[in-house]
Write a protein that binds this ligand. Structure first.
Ligand code: PEP
Ligand code: MN
Length: 284
């Protein structure tokens, strides 16, 4: 077989879709990418033991494939709640022990690498840190799978170059995440760039996860955006779900209620099936 032709003007080499077949890899005993659809669900942030474990139990029962929750939160205001830190990580470890669901949680600072690596099955790199290259390199070195969120105003080329920092350290398990970008539109929080899904499929072999929650900023938009993302070929969704969103510490208006999640997941699963994907999947 002839070696693949890599356009010389494309700077990213390891993320390049022309280089290899689509990535399918294992995370915490689940397959991600290819024909597998990931449903990563859970609250924006870890608030308390009861809130976290109630959420984790509900996500497991409904059929989510991974559990999300932030212990370190990037907030626009320095006066806002910034997460429970180490205590949040401890509670996430308890949720994992109890449900078996792999944990997706954000790392903001290289000083916390060791603590987060001890708990996370997937390290989330927030939109605001997409181009924090020292952080990306450390995550690459950790070998822990990464969920790299697209920056608020980042091009796809910049996103792929950022992923290259992780891949270049020998960490092949990188999930790209479209979470909405800044446009002139002010009627909703961010504009979910659905076109990015098929275009990234052309450019890269890495799985594409969509975050409808942070794009939308409000609950009513989360389901239609999720269905559209699944239809457009996303490899999974990361969505915020809370047992009592009206009293959530952050991002309350956009979080789905745990009791509406099972029906939501059924609909997303149906559309993902039409797009040729099955929910979850374990290595054989
Ligand atoms: C989050 O996932 O809770 C989050 C803060 O996301 P983003 O970095 O996309 O704003
Ligand atoms: Mn959030």
């Amino acid at each position: 077989m002839k070696p693949p032709v890599i356009p010389h003007d494309v700077p990213y080499k390891l993320a390049n879709g022309a280089l290899r077949d689509r990535s399918v890899f294992e995370i915490g005993g689940r397959l991600v990418g290819g024909d597998h659809f990931a449903m990563i669900a859970g609250p924006c942030t870890v608030e308390s033991r009861e809130q976290l474990l109630t959420s984790a139990d509900a996500m497991l029962e409904a059929g989510a494939t991974m559990f999300r929750g932030g212990a370190y939160k990037p907030r626009t205001s320095p006066y806002a709640f910034h997460g429970l830190g180490h205590e949040g990580l401890r509670l996430l470890a308890e949720a994992k022990e109890r449900t078996g669901l792999p944990i997706v949680t954000e790392l903001m600072d290289v000083r916390d690498v060791e603590a987060v690596v001890g708990v996370a099955d997937v390290i989330q790199i927030g939109a605001r840190n997409m181009q924090n290259y020292t952080l990306l390199t450390e995550i690459g070195r950790s070998g822990v799978p990464a969920l790299l969120k697209r920056g608020l105003s980042a091009t796809l080329d910049e996103l792929l170059n950022a992923s290259e920092y992780i891949l270049a350290e020998g960490n092949e398990k990188v999930l790209l995440c479209e979470r909405g970008i800044r446009t002139f539109e002010t009627a909703y929080r961010f504009t979910l760039d659905l076109t990015a899904i098929p275009v990234l499929k052309e450019l890269t072999h890495l799985p594409i996860i969509v975050d409808p929650s942070h794009a939308a900023g409000r609950r009513a938009l989360v389901e239609p955006l999720s269905l559209a993302a699944a239809a457009a070929g996303a490899d999974g969704i990361i969505v915020e779900v809370h047992p009592d969103p009206d009293n959530a510490v952050c991002d309350g208006p956009q979080q789905l209620r745990t009791d509406e999640f099972p029906e939501y997941l059924r609909k997303v699963e149906q559309v993902a099936q039409i797009a040729g994907k099955v929910l979850g999947g374990v290595p054989v």
